[in-house]
Design a protein around this ligand. Structure first.
Ligand SMILES: [Cu+2]
Length: 324
């Protein structure tokens, strides 16, 4: 989201694009290793602290997973869960109040963006982690961890407000002293396997989408609702003055933008004229799944662009325009 250091951006973009090309041919690395080496559980007055990862990502953050891992945990009354941001993509851990509907993410609502509720879950009120991310410069101020103690027994569902129904977790809280069905180590082993499946799905999506991309038709990443490719697929277009480039979002869940020039404060709304672009500031606004954005270039030059939601994950491209 930083608006300065354009040359740094361009250099980074070149690195990101070649990294993206490379990673097409490599098995993605698991970035979940951090949790694997964590102590499985820690005891404290006969209660335990359990660990859940929020999101997952490959090296260079190109493929992101929309999943809490483990997605379901069985704990006992008095235990705590610590959720840890495990990805650059933003997520939340949110328990809705009784009867409260899950609504589309509102990037201007402080109740969604910031922590709410105490540290002991009461089983019926609104509790929110605030935005969580492990990235250096995410779109919003972000938290690394979130911890709740569960005193009430019952089955409780929570959501990521950013990814809505696509990203859900469940906590089963049973009476104190109940035998645990799984250890933290068992959860972690399953989570690592699950993360690898998500990355493999992302890689397949990336390749399938790349085969459809053309010089003047780029894709705003790709996602299947769980695996998300955070790259422009065909990120470099070479065209002549007067020609157009179209970006399509064929994903299921992830929104993106196509943004040229220094970003304005509100990147969620479109600005600039895409029918006659010759440099400066131009923004598609949010391009939802199913949407597209077309720009006609009226002057020769090189035009770097970013996805303003995901540039910190390396989502950037450029259009090279030469004379007629
Ligand atoms: Cu994006």
């Amino acid at each position: 989201m930083s608006t300065t250091h354009l040359t740094h951006r361009i250099r980074f973009m070149v690195a990101a694009v070649s990294a993206a090309a490379l990673s097409l041919f490599m098995l993605p690395a698991v970035s979940a290793q951090g949790t694997m080496t964590q102590t499985a559980t820690s005891t404290h007055r006969d209660t335990r602290t359990w660990h859940v990862q929020v999101g997952e990502e490959t090296a260079h953050q190109a493929i992101q997973g929309m999943a809490f891992l483990p997605g379901t945990v069985w704990i006992n009354a008095g235990d705590r869960i610590t959720w840890t941001a495990n990805a650059g993509e933003i997520h939340t851990v949110t328990f809705l109040a009784k009867g409260q509907p899950l609504k589309p993410f509102d990037p201007f609502d402080p109740k969604q963006l910031r922590p709410r509720g105490g540290s002991h879950y009461d089983g019926e009120s609104y509790y929110n982690s605030g935005i969580m991310s492990n990235a250096e410069a995410p779109l919003f101020p972000a938290w690394r961890t979130y911890t709740l103690t569960f005193d009430e027994t019952g089955t409780f569902t929570y959501w990521c407000l950013v990814h809505g129904t696509m990203m859900k977790g469940v906590v089963h809280v049973r009476p104190a002293g109940t035998d645990y069905p799984f250890s933290q180590e068992q959860y972690d082993r399953r989570s690592a396997r699950h993360a690898h499946r998500i990355f493999a799905d992302g890689l397949r999506l990336w390749v399938a989408t790349a085969l459809q991309a053309r010089n003047r038709t780029s894709y705003l990443g790709a996602d299947d609702g769980v695996a998300m490719v955070m790259r422009f697929i065909r990120p470099v277009a070479r065209i002549h003055v007067g020609q157009t480039v179209t970006w399509r979002n064929v994903g299921m869940a992830a929104p993106h933008t196509v943004t040229f020039g220094p970003e304005r404060a509100n990147i969620f709304a479109p600005y600039g004229d895409p029918s006659h672009f010759s440099g400066g500031q131009l923004n598609s606004g949010i391009v939802e799944p199913g949407g597209s954005f077309t720009v006609r270039f009226t002057k020769a030059g090189t035009y770097p662009y970013i996805c303003a939601l995901h540039d910190n994950l390396g989502m950037m491209g450029k259009v090279i325009v030469t004379g007629e």
